[in-house]
Design a protein. Structure first.
Length: 315
């Protein structure tokens, strides 16, 4: 699921889009921010659907084999065990999943060759052959073959990778989150009673997390000029064009949390943005941002502008 670091990245992306855009309608960009979070859940639903689509292709494969000019005995008696997989049957009865399929209009009709190519890989694997002859199946063992389809068939497929990249703009970043959501789903689906199995949630507490990202986004924009002046005061020896835009945005977000988020510990804020910088900015950004934030934090403390409460105490 999306943790706070992932959510900060979503805000960073939204702020970058806002500052690069000619349209400065904050409400529009805020809507896009929330949509970007929803897109992660949509991607998750599409992936679950693709797993099911691959398994369901066994029916089509069976028909093609039966209609061969000279079908073998095996062709005429295909093993369709995968269509009775306990995990997939439980998923098919999940009300939230059914509703999400409808909401996002999920259909793989636009790329019928994808499921076929993935099923061929699955069919030729030793893991699938072993699964077909296994007789003492349980929900746990049924989940094992689904995990194999996800991890070793779909995620290893360049064709599937391209489809998801084309459909979801932040696929390279959100792919890691998707894997966590799928893993959570396998954990959640632990009962033989489908009514007791739940989809993964996109965040741990969406009410609190939604408030967090909206406030972070809005206040980083509201105080953009002031925070830019604070940064300028500590970077006089740097030409503005030499400072990466991502570095500036990350520092503004950190300052926003220092001043306006009383329950977020200072150390947490600094660590989070330094980690994000490693992935999204230049090789030297980490040490640069750390140095500037240390200086800014000292000044802000002296001005009594950093007021943390509860577990968010400064030290």
């Amino acid at each position: 699921m999306l943790n706070r670091r992932h959510l900060r990245v979503k805000v960073l992306q939204a702020l970058y889009s806002y500052h690069q855009s000619d349209d400065k309608d904050v409400s529009l960009h805020e809507k896009n921010l929330l949509t970007s979070v929803d897109k992660v859940f949509e991607m998750y639903i599409w992936m679950l659907s693709l797993i099911d689509e691959v398994a369901e292709y066994s029916h089509r494969d069976a028909e093609e084999r039966a209609n061969k000019h000279l079908p073998t005995a095996d062709d005429l008696a295909p093993n369709l065990k995968i269509t009775q997989n306990r995990f997939l049957l439980s998923l098919a009865q999940n009300k939230d999943y059914i509703a999400a399929l409808k909401k996002y209009k999920v259909s793989w009709d636009f790329d019928p060759e994808l499921a076929k190519s993935l099923f061929i890989i699955l069919k030729n694997s030793q893991e699938y052959k072993d699964y077909l002859v296994k007789t003492d199946d349980t929900l746990h063992s049924d989940k094992d073959i689904i995990k194999f389809i996800f991890k070793k068939v779909i995620l290893k497929s360049s064709l599937a990778e391209q489809v998801f990249e084309d459909k979801f703009i932040f696929w390279p970043v959100d792919k890691e989150i998707l894997q966590a959501l799928i893993a959570k789903t396998f954990k959640n689906f632990s009962s033989d009673n489908p009514q007791e199995n739940n989809l993964a949630e996109v965040t741990g507490n969406w009410v609190e997390d939604r408030e967090f990202i909206v406030n972070l986004f809005e206040q980083a924009i509201r105080y953009n000029k002031e925070y830019q002046e604070l940064i300028n005061g500590k970077t006089q020896n740097w030409e503005p064009e030499r400072i990466a835009m991502m570095d500036t945005l990350l520092m503004k977000m950190a300052i926003t949390e220092f001043i306006n988020f009383a329950s977020v510990p200072v150390k947490v804020t600094i660590n989070e943005y330094l980690e994000i910088a490693k992935e999204f900015s230049t090789p030297k950004s980490n040490s640069f941002i750390n140095g500037i934030l240390d200086k800014l934090l000292t000044d802000l403390k002296e001005a009594n502008r950093v007021r943390k409460t509860g577990r968010g105490l400064i030290e």
